[in-house]
Design a protein around this ligand. Structure first.
Ligand code: NI
Length: 163
């Protein structure tokens, strides 16, 4: 396993639409291992493969005190409700913004063994999943800001939420 540098905005890889994974082979397993290690090293709660320069549809999520979730080719099939959240991104350090996310989402995808997963999520998990799946589509949370004043620079001492 290895900790990998996180690509920072405006790196063009963050704007690429990531490709579907066809074959969950050894290279995908090491990608996932590196992503988990990198996410933890940066105290993140989620990471998309694009953020380490690999435009493939793979994401890892680890909400504090919960098990790590690995999703391959995830797809949101239903969104419900709306809530205003504060969000940050490991690829845009030093900032946070206020945006709207869904109350609940339903998604499907595959786990790291290729097994079909269906998941219903709410609150923080739903937010993180929407954020990471946005990454796979080349979308950043700053694209959802209603106005530029909804983006705030964090004081040097304060770390943002790492997604
Ligand atoms: Ni992010």
């Amino acid at each position: 396993m290895a900790i990998v540098d996180i690509r920072l905005f405006p790196d063009p890889v963050l704007r690429q639409k990531a490709k579907r994974v066809r074959n969950i082979d050894g290279s995908i397993q090491s990608l996932i291992n590196n992503m988990i290690e990198t996410m933890r090293a940066y105290s993140g709660v989620g990471l998309a493969a694009s953020q380490i320069g690999v435009p493939l549809r793979v994401t890892v999520i680890e909400i504090p005190r919960e098990e790590v979730i690995t999703l391959i080719n995830p797809e949101i099939v239903k969104r419900k409700g709306e809530r205003i959240v504060e969000e940050g991104c490991l690829s845009i350090p030093g900032y946070k913004g206020e945006i709207k996310r869904s109350q609940t989402i339903k998604l499907r995808g595959q786990d790291r063994h290729g097994k079909e997963i269906r998941l219903k999520a709410e609150e923080l998990l739903a937010q993180v999943l929407e954020h990471e799946i946005d990454h796979l589509n080349g979308i950043l949370y700053i694209d959802h800001l209603e106005s530029p004043d909804k983006l705030v620079k964090l004081p040097e001492t304060e770390g943002g939420e790492g997604l």
